[in-house]
Design a protein around this ligand. Structure first.
Ligand SMILES: Cc1ncc(C[n+]2csc(CCOP(=O)(O)OP(=O)(O)O)c2C)c(N)n1
Ligand SMILES: [Mg+2]
Length: 432
């Protein structure tokens, strides 16, 4: 009784009512037409026709991969020439180089034991193109390998370093492992490691935007490995049936830690699943920044104007180890990685495109890389010197009012810190 009352209540809300009306109309329409055309009349498959041949459907045509430029940065169809200004293109390229420089420094910093963990984006820098195609107010849900999106949105190197060092200026107050970034100002939800949890959350956030009548959308990034989780299916189906303005962006980089994509699924990548859910879907060359940019712009238009989810599957290759806890030479050959980096490097492709436009000169690169590295190192040195967040943060932000049991624990910790300040190195922590 209670459940049906709740459902009845929800149906009264606008998007639900609109979806229900559309379904009723579709059923009515198809029933009338079906009789004329001998179509199936079951409500669960409105477009199916009867067949007298017993056949198991097992495959469809492989979904093509949309590409704007080739691996030498040449635009293959003049109609697809990127619609960006010189300044926008140069800023995007600078961010690609900065991301690369930051990854090199922080990867080494972890190896030296200065930070506890790190994940790089080597080989996947073209992801930045998706961020460039969004509106600054669109909401982002990431998985963990989306530092490029943050850079493009304006997250500063200092903010990256503060988070990786868990220092007193870390926006997450030192409560997360390195690379679990989050910022309200840039509408980037805090990363959480359990795979795919962000997918139904993104669908829900997009549904909220729809109910508000907002003209924004949500973008949700995840890997092809995460798409094996139940949450992927729940999130996509929810978004499709409720008409949520969300772009699902799958970074198919060929590996989920040591599991290659060929062992992860038997279908046509992740894109075929979008079609299964009735979601507009496109597969793109994920090393081609302009293909990503164009696809994300078009996806955003569909999401916002038609209140519909869209799935983008971006095909790329994870050149880096999975994380600093991984040594990928244990499960793939060094040659495979070297071949990929040489054959299809998203940074080199973008540089070649810029050079052909006359927007980049030989030598600019070395200078930008050098200054990016210098900036990263300066931010890094400053972050390393700061204190750790104040210990009291441990007890805050979960409850509106600290419950008695937690208050007792806090008092006990305070007493211990006062009694043994040297043992607990209290001077390493900020006071407030
Ligand atoms: C629910 C859950 N299961 C397992 C893990 C361990 N884990 C962390 S990353 C990862 C691989 C994910 O691969 P993919 O989604 O393809 O992303 P990529 O690392 O390739 O960017 C796994 C299995 C996890 N974090 N959460
Ligand atoms: Mg992967």
């Amino acid at each position: 009784m209670q459940a049906s009352a709740l459902f009845g209540g929800l149906c009264a809300t606008r998007p639900f009512a609109a979806a229900a009306a559309a379904r009723r109309a579709a059923r009515h329409f198809s029933t009338a037409r079906a009789q004329a055309r001998k179509k199936v009349m079951f409500p669960g498959a409105l477009t199916s026709e009867y067949s007298h041949e017993l056949r198991f459907a097992s495959s469809v045509q492989p979904i093509p991969t949309y590409q704007v430029m080739d691996t030498d940065g040449r635009v293959l169809d003049a109609a697809n020439e990127p619609q960006v200004t010189r300044e926008e293109a140069q800023a995007i390229y600078r961010n690609m180089l900065t991301l690369n420089a930051m990854d090199q420094v922080l990867y080494e910093a972890q190896r030296q034991g200065r930070i506890s963990f790190y994940m790089t984006s080597f080989g996947e820098e073209a992801l930045i193109g998706s961020a460039a195609a969004l509106d600054a107010k669109d909401m982002v849900f990431g998985q963990y390998r989306e530092a490029g999106v943050l850079l493009q949105r304006g997250f500063t190197l200092t903010q990256f370093m503060n988070q990786c060092y868990s220092n007193e200026r870390d926006l997450g107050k030192g409560r997360q492992m390195p690379i679990h970034y989050g910022t309200k100002d840039l509408r980037f939800q805090t990363i959480s490691s359990p795979l795919a949890t962000q997918i139904p959350q993104a669908a829900g956030a997009a549904y909220a935007l729809r109910r508000e009548g907002s003209k924004q959308c949500v973008i949700c990034y995840f890997g092809e490995g995460a798409a094996s989780e139940g949450d992927f299916h729940a999130g996509l189906n929810m978004a499709a049936t409720l008409g949520c303005p969300v772009i699902f962006y799958c970074r198919n980089n060929g590996y989920a830690i040591s599991t290659p994509a060929v062992e992860q699924y038997r279908g046509d990548g992740i894109a075929s699943r979008g079609i299964g859910y009735g979601i507009d879907t496109v597969r793109v060359d994920g090393n081609d920044i302009w293909a990503i940019y164009a696809a994300t712009r078009a996806a955003r238009r569909i999401a916002v104007e038609q209140n519909k989810p869209v799935l983008i599957e971006a095909m790329t290759y994870r050149v880096s180890h999975h994380s600093t806890s991984d040594d990928s030479s244990a499960y793939r050959s060094k040659k495979e990685v070297e071949d990929w980096s040489k054959r299809d490097n998203p940074i080199a492709r973008m540089r070649a495109w810029l050079e052909q436009k006359g927007w980049w000169a030989q030598g600019d690169d070395a200078e930008i890389s050098k200054s990016a590295k210098a900036e990263v190192l300066a931010a890094f040195a400053a972050a390393e010197k700061l204190k750790k967040p104040a210990i009291r943060h441990m007890f805050e932000d979960v409850y509106d009012e600290v419950p008695p049991a937690l208050a007792r624990e806090r008092a006990e910790v305070e007493a211990l810190l006062n009694k043994y300040p040297d043992y607990y190195q209290v001077n390493d922590y900020a006071r407030n």
